[in-house]
Structure formats: C-alpha cells, structure tokens
Design a protein around this ligand. Structure first.
Ligand code: G4P
Length: 202
C-alpha cells in the first residue's frame, strides 16, 4: 500500500518517464532529462521525501548509494531524514587513502566489473543503513552495498530505488532476503518502445 504522498510522487515520476523516457533496445530506459544526466531538483526533492517518509521509523542513521546517478536521490532522502549520505566510489582517487570496505560489482548492462569502496571512517556497526539507487536492474549494485554493510557490521533498514525494472532479478534478490523495498516507478516491461508500468505494490 502506498501512502498519499507516495501516490503523488509516483504519478509525477511515471508522467516524466512516459513523456521523456526513451526505450533503447530490449531492456534499457534512457531518462537523461531528469535523472541520469540533467537532474530535476524538484523531482529529486519529492522523491527524497517519499523515501524518507517510508523509512522514517526504521532507525536509519545513514543513507548509502553508489556514484554517480544514485547521489541525487540519496542526498535528498538523507536531507529529509536528517542523516549523512555516503556514496561508494568506483574509481581510485588521490584522496581515497583510508582503510576501505570494498565489494566487486558486475554490471550486466555494461558487461564490466567495478570495485566499489567506502572508507571505514564512514560506516560501522552502529549504523542502520538505507540504500538508495537510481535504477534497480539485476541488483548487483545493491548486492555490493549489502556486502559492504555486512563487512562493517552495519544493519540494513531498507532499499529505495527510483526506477525498478521488475522483469529483471533485482527486486526478488532484495525482497527474498526480507529487506523492505520501495521502488517509486516499477516497470513491468517495454512494448513496442513504450513503457508498461507494474502497479502490483498498490
Ligand atoms: P544492477 O546494479 O541493478 O545490477 O544494474 P546493472 O548492472 O544491470 O546496470 C549497470 C548500470 O546501468 C547501473 O548504473 C544501473 O543503474 C544502470 N542501468 C541499468 N538498467 C538501466 C536502464 O534501463 N536505464 C538506465 N538509464 N540505466 C540503467 P551505473 O553503471 O552505476 O551508472 P551511473 O550511476 O554511474 O550512471
């Protein structure tokens, strides 16, 4: 069951996907106009509010995501929850010199393996984490973050994603572990280049 606020945000997001999204090939949705390249701050703010309300009583102390496109919705959720946001880095950096938790993330979409890292300074056993990401496809990025949380001894209170492709395996991978999941837009599939939404969570 969605709250009133969630219904409004979901409608807003679905409208943007329908009007601006482009289906590429069999299973990729391009939403560069508001999420993956240009970013709509008002939509991000509203989505952050929806994530924050859903997980308001989950004792969240930190929001985690992976760079780059997860950062905008994660930051807005963390602002609304009043907790810090930490993003896992994909690339080595001159300033990333701390002890790190790492996990390997294989991207089926891009067919590359990335190592993601989070400094041990920013995650520990006292943390309860909300994982936020832009897309949930095969769930590899979320799995990498779950592995890092396990290494840090942190607990996970939930996962929030802007768009899930319900026909890929990420959704099952998360709920089968008993982790609460809020996907704002849930795509059942693509038909003749059009997006078909799944409303099974209503
Ligand atoms: P997974 O984490 O759920 O397994 O995703 P997967 O490996 O299949 O996808 C790898 C990258 O492609 C991820 O971004 C993911 O967000 C993105 N992605 C997956 N499906 C779609 C889609 O239909 N549309 C768009 N626009 N992106 C998709 P990333 O490599 O972390 O990129 P970025 O965050 O640096 O932009």
């Amino acid at each position: 069951m969605y709250s009133k606020m969630e219904v409004i945000v979901i409608k807003q997001l679905e409208e943007r996907i329908q009007s601006e999204g482009r289906v590429l090939g069999e299973d990729i949705l391009k939403v560069d106009g508001f999420l993956n390249h240009q970013v709509d701050p008002h939509l991000m703010r509203d989505m952050g509010q929806a994530f924050a309300e859903r997980f308001a009583t989950s004792g969240i102390t930190k929001v985690l995501t992976v760079e780059s496109s997860g950062i905008a919705p994660a930051l807005m959720a963390s602002l609304a929850l009043g907790v810090p946001m930490v993003f896992a880095r994909k690339h080595k950096s001159l300033t990333l010199t701390d002890d790190l938790y790492t996990a390997k993330v294989y991207s089926f979409t891009k067919q590359v393996e990335n190592q993601i890292s989070i400094s041990k300074h920013f995650l520990d056993k006292n943390d309860r984490v909300l994982i936020i990401d832009d897309f949930l496809a095969n769930g590899q990025a979320v799995t990498g973050l779950l592995e890092i949380c396990q290494r840090a001894g942190a607990s996970v209170g939930g996962v929030g994603v802007v768009i899930e492709k319900r026909f890929q395996r990420g959704h099952e991978l998360i709920v089968d572990q008993g982790i609460p999941l809020l996907a704002l837009a849930s795509i059942a599939g693509f038909e003749d280049g059009h997006v078909v939404f799944s409303h099974e969570g209503e």
